[in-house]
Every structure is written in C-alpha cells, then in structure tokens.
Ligand binder design. Structure first.
Ligand code: ADP
Length: 152
C-alpha cells in the first residue's frame, strides 16, 4: 500500500492544505495527515480542535487518516509504514526551506518527499494569515474548509 504522510501544524487547516490532501489521495492509497506536536510552539487552536477540523473536512473520505505525532517525521513514517512525505509548495521561499528538509530526510532515511505545487487559487493562503484574519475579526470563512468555524 502506498502511504504518504502529510505533516504540518494545521493551525488551522486551510483551503491550501485541503487542496493538497485532495490531490494527494489521487496519487496514494492513503494520506495520513499528521499534526506535529512541538512543545515550544504557541498555537491558536488546541491540538484536539485542529484534529477535529481536519477529521470533519474528510469525514467521507476513507483514504484520509488524521493523527498526531512527536519527534522526527521520518521516524514516525517508519512507525506507520509511510514510504512518502507529501508537502505543498507555494513559492520560492517554501522551495528553499523544503529542499533542505527533504535532503536531510533522504540522508537519514529512504523516505521520498513528494511535492505538489499549490493550486493558483489557494497559493496565497497560509495558516498564519488565517490566524491574523481571525484575530482581527475578518471573514476567514473563504480561506478555510467549512469544518473550521470559530465561536470566539
Ligand atoms: P508547517 O508548520 O510545517 O509550516 P503548515 O501546517 O503551515 O505546517 O503546512 C503544512 C504543509 O502544507 C507544508 O508542506 C506547506 O507547504 C503546505 N501548505 C501550507 N499552505 C499551503 C497552501 N496554501 N497551498 C499548498 N500547500 C500549503
């Protein structure tokens, strides 16, 4: 079974992530969306909420699983038998950043990183911009899947 891990913070999931996952399931038998736990990072949404948003977005899609993990992404891939890491690329800055990580992961393991270029219509979206819009009471609903609704 071809299994890909899609790691990230997903704070919160955006239409950009959604697009990558949707396209990922056409390439792989299973896409495991993996929320990395980083004790040093401050998040807007608690882990269980971030997980619930993603689960709800893909409740009718059996090829998508949602998990949380700690530690090295490649170690977690080994643990769940994922042969691929899936990542999205928006711009040259993403590319430079992702290139270093992918090379390191290749050095340390056999896991291949597969990059999908963002859809043009979601390429400008980032979780940090979404958080800014939310914080300032803007209409974030056009930037995220319907499952992301905040009653704050
Ligand atoms: P991280 O903490 O790793 O930056 P994110 O949740 O921000 O986690 O992103 C996870 C993955 O989703 C990364 O591969 C990132 O490039 C990709 N991604 C983020 N936003 C978009 C977008 N608008 N379109 C496509 N891919 C995206």
């Amino acid at each position: 079974m071809k299994r890909a891990l899609f790691p990230g913070s997903f704070d919160p999931i955006t239409n950009g992530h959604y697009d990558i996952i949707k396209r990922g399931i056409k390439l792989f038998d299973e896409v495991v969306v993996a929320i990395g736990i980083n004790a040093e990072k401050k998040y807007m949404f608690p882990l269980d909420e971030r997980k619930a948003f993603i689960k709800k977005s893909f409740e009718n899609e059996p090829k998508v699983k949602v998990v949380t993990y700690e530690g090295l992404t490649i170690d977690f891939c080994d643990k769940i038998d994922a042969q691929f890491i899936l990542r999205g690329l928006r711009n040259p800055a993403d590319f430079e950043f992702e290139k270093a990580i992918a090379h390191t992961n290749r050095k340390l393991s056999k896991i291949e990183t597969v990059f999908l270029l963002t859809a043009a219509k979601t390429s400008f979206i980032s979780s940090s911009i979404v958080r800014d819009v939310i914080r300032n009471h803007g209409d974030y609903t056009q930037l995220v899947p319907d499952s992301v609704r905040i009653d704050k």
